[in-house]
Design a protein around this ligand. Structure first.
Ligand SMILES: Cc1cc2nc3c(=O)[nH]c(=O)nc-3n(C[C@H](O)[C@H](O)[C@H](O)COP(=O)(O)O)c2cc1C
Length: 289
């Protein structure tokens, strides 16, 4: 395939060629006032000792704070936090924290706080700073790390979906990291879960529907979404039921999910479950394209 010239200016990249993990960097100043700011030019720099780096702008509060107190925390952003991370730069300082509606907790080993609503945290002590071009690079040694208990408690294959990490692409665009697959095994073929979904068709019974039951059903769907299991869902316009398309590790797991829906548990709907193999360009239409 022919290659054509592309911009060297990152601001013009669409698509971005270097997506970066979106994090909220939390710091504290000498007066112990906290600050949080989104950053995506973030990367590991050394395994041993564990050192990461991010590139910032020298005049920002984040950089001033970390130079003053010698530490910062990387709070990973998931899809529930992404909109806040993008829009929070409208405000500054304590007002930003207040408008984001986030809460802060004491870190294990550093004086900078951690953001409670983020799924994982890296506590860093400053090692070095460098000016490169227009950038200010901060190297921090990871002195402590923490992650939501349910993420580590899940099967390895489910952990990325639960972490639900966000990468920054360009402008207002971000993406979820939730579809891992073994690089050296072909991602093609119906044997891989990557190409399997489960379709739950819901049919109304005669039992009268209530607003409270709908809210319980929606809470169930939201939980599935947070777990990265929900693809699509919604009621049919004829009022006779609905459909949910989900990801699951097996038919048994999908059955358990369907049966945990309050609509099913409370007898408001019955369900039929079907395993669905995806046929698309990416898997060469199941190898038949
Ligand atoms: C999605 C997103 C990613 C960002 N990534 C970076 C980054 O990697 N480095 C940087 O210096 N600023 C980045 N910014 C801009 C800073 O967050 C912004 O300048 C902020 O106001 C700095 O806040 P502070 O002065 O409290 O440190 C990003 C902003 C957004 C919305």
């Amino acid at each position: 395939m022919r290659k054509i010239e592309y911009a060297t200016d990152k601001k013009k990249w669409a698509p971005s060629l270097i997506p970066g993990p979106l994090a909220l960097i939390s710091t504290i100043n000498r007066a112990k006032e906290p600050n949080v700011a989104p950053k995506s030019w973030l990367q590991m720099a050394s395994f041993e000792p564990p050192i990461l780096m991010f590139s910032g702008s020298k005049g920002n509060t984040t950089e001033k704070n970390l130079l003053a107190t010698g530490c910062f925390a990387v709070n990973l952003v998931d899809s529930t936090m992404a909109a806040k991370a993008f829009s929070c730069i409208e405000w500054f300082g304590l007002e930003r924290i207040e408008k984001m509606g986030i809460t802060l907790s004491q870190a294990r080993k550093i004086s900078a706080p951690l953001i409670d609503q983020c799924p994982a945290h890296l506590e860093c002590a400053i090692r070095e700073t460098h000016e490169v071009g227009g950038g200010f690079i901060v190297y921090g040694e990871i002195v402590a790390a923490s992650i939501r208990e349910d993420i580590l408690g899940a099967a390895p294959a489910d952990r990325y979906r639960l972490l639900d990490q966000i990468v920054f692409l360009e402008d207002d665009l971000c993406a979820r990291v939730r579809d891992p697959y073994p690089a050296r095994r072909s991602a093609e073929g119906p044997a891989s879960r990557k190409w399997t979904r489960y379709v739950i068709s819901l049919t109304r019974t005669d039992k009268p529907m209530t607003g409270a039951a709908v809210r319980r059903h929606v809470a169930h769907l939201k939980k599935l979404d947070r777990q990265g299991r929900l693809e699509l869902c919604g009621p049919f316009k004829d009022g006779k039921g609905g459909m949910a398309i989900i990801r699951a590790g097996s038919l048994e797991e999908a059955k358990a999910i369907a049966e945990s829906d309050p609509f099913i548990k409370e007898g408001l709907e019955t369900y039929a479950l079907r395993e669905w193999e995806l046929s698309c360009e990416e898997n060469n239409h199941m190898g038949m394209g």
